[in-house]
Design a protein around this ligand. Structure first.
Ligand SMILES: C[S@@+](CC[C@H](N)C(=O)[O-])C[C@H]1O[C@@H](n2cnc3c(N)ncnc32)[C@H](O)[C@@H]1O
Length: 327
């Protein structure tokens, strides 16, 4: 039995179990997701290759669309053969596959879909969105999951009802948005009372200084294709130095930050080509985004208190804070 047959047989879940889409102008329900048109105000939304789009094609996340379509498979567990994304998601969130099965999950900023894949495999009803055309890379890899619905949308203006999801997940995203607190608040609006969330964010620079901060003002203005082709040549030269520095006992991690190249030594990737591919991708991911806004633990604590969230934990993990709790 394929996964798709298994899902339908066990849970009866199809696209219909998801919270409905709604109009971003008047909040009326959009009845036909294949041709979204609002009966209330007459607004209609384009569908590109089967994915409804609620944002203009050109937006600040063009570089992300570029990187994820270029690296559609690089970080997917099904491609690496290693449970790297699964472990980050499950350890960070504290959720289990059994808890997620059959429940509604909202995934924000899904990129190429490394976490979408893990969520879909649990049998959850997953709505994943991204503001960029990375949604097409995600569809190419995960589109055959019957429990996945993909949309291209902005977290600030989602075509989804409030308080409608059992779980909300957002990894690697909010520091790359124009107003990080507003992103957190907007996302939590779609979680139902008693629902659970897991969001991570870069830790403030005081705690995590990095040479890339000095370079970004130049690189983030470069056209994505130009920056990428520069990194394709530069990263293979810099990575060996970064690897050697990171191997120095005790101080390796700090020393490696002197070389502005993403180093995944801790992951134990299987060969040089895989390491290079991850490194080019993540170095581009550091240097190209329009926004990069790390946050302090104090700021995060304030957001969670303002929203009266419960059972909140804020844990530091490899330069990030992982925030989880209950609404
Ligand atoms: C660093 S990538 C992370 C992707 C994925 N979560 C992962 O960890 O592989 C950040 C993603 O957030 C998306 N993003 C940025 N601003 C957004 C917004 N306002 N609404 C929705 N997605 C957004 C970008 O397009 C990009 O794909």
């Amino acid at each position: 039995m394929t996964f798709a047959e298994d899902m339908t047989a066990d849970t009866g879940a199809g696209i219909s179990g998801h919270p409905p889409l709604c109009c971003i102008r008047c909040r009326g329900e959009l009845h036909d997701e294949a041709e979204p048109r609002c009966a209330g105000c007459g607004a209609s939304y384009p569908v590109d290759d089967g994915i409804p789009r609620f944002v203009p094609r050109d937006n600040y996340a063009e570089g992300f669309g570029f990187q994820w379509n270029r690296h559609r498979l690089t970080q997917l567990d099904s491609h690496t053969g290693m449970p790297i994304s699964r472990e980050r998601l499950m350890t960070g969130s504290g959720w289990s596959g059994e808890e997620l099965r059959g429940r509604t999950v909202l995934e924000c900023g899904s990129g190429a879909g490394r976490f979408t894949e893990v969520l879909c495999e649990t049998g959850a009803l997953v709505t994943s969105f991204d503001i960029s055309d990375a949604v097409h890379a995600n569809a190419a890899s995960n589109g055959s999951f019957p429990n996945l619905r993909l949309i291209q949308a902005n977290v600030y203006d989602l075509p989804l009802p409030e308080e409608s999801f059992d779980f909300v997940l957002c990894l690697g995203v909010i520091q790359h948005t124009p107003d990080v607190e507003r992103t957190f608040t907007s996302l939590l609006r779609h979680l139902r009372p008693e629902g659970r969330f897991c969001v991570d964010v870069y830790a403030a620079m005081v705690a995590y200084p990095h040479l890339r901060q000095l370079i970004r003002p130049f690189t983030r203005r470069m056209p994505p294709a130009r920056l990428y082709s520069f990194l394709e040549r530069a990263v293979p030269r810099m990575l060996p130095l970064s690897m050697a520095l990171s191997a120095v006992p005790g101080v390796g991690q700090g020393l490696a930050r002197l070389v502005p190249v993403a180093n995944h030594r801790h992951l134990g990737l299987r060969d040089r080509q895989t390491m290079l591919s991850w490194s080019v991708l993540d170095t581009f991911d550091w240097l190209s985004p329009r926004y990069e806004k790390p946050q302090s633990r104090r700021q995060i604590r304030r957001w969670t208190e303002n929203l009266a969230l419960r059972e909140v934990s804020i844990r530091r993990r490899r330069g990030m804070y992982v925030i989880r709790g209950v609404k």
